[in-house]
Write a protein that binds this ligand. Structure first.
Ligand code: 5GP
Ligand code: ZN
Length: 115
């Protein structure tokens, strides 16, 4: 598993920085965002360090599919019953602040009002 020693989310993957985990398997980790925009706001990340969507190749298709399929399952498990928003910020102009690819899943009343 390839990690970047300077990457915040790689440190979370490796347990060097604590997080409130909601799901983990060999490929994917999901945890609560530290500054939630809505009652439920989680981040789904590949355990492998991929800086952003720009760095994806065909070899990552199954991994991204796994994250996408996982998002609604986790939101349901977290009690989100009335819809949620998913987004992936990519690059500086895309509003990406942490350069380890992550999918936001934001649920609760009107999660589109922020971000
Ligand atoms: P971006 O703008 O890169 O798409 O989003 C990065 C997200 O990571 C932000 O929503 C921010 O609140 C979250 N975040 C930043 N640092 C930490 C941290 O140390 N722990 C957790 N759980 N979330 C973080
Ligand atoms: Zn990383």
């Amino acid at each position: 598993m390839s990690h970047d020693p300077n990457c915040l989310f790689c440190k979370i993957v490796q347990g060097q920085i604590p997080s409130r985990k909601v799901y983990e398997d060999d490929d994917v980790l999901a945890f609560h965002d530290i500054h939630p925009w809505a009652p439920v706001h989680i981040l789904l990340i590949p355990k492998l360090h991929i800086a952003s969507m720009v760095d994806l190749g065909p070899e990552h298709a199954a991994l991204m599919g796994k994250m996408t399929v996982l998002a609604p399952r986790l939101m349901k498990e977290l009690g989100v019953t009335n819809g949620f928003r998913t987004l992936v910020n990519t690059g500086a102009d895309g509003g990406q602040e942490v350069f380890h690819l992550h999918m936001h899943a934001i649920g609760g009343p009107r999660p589109w009002l922020k971000g």
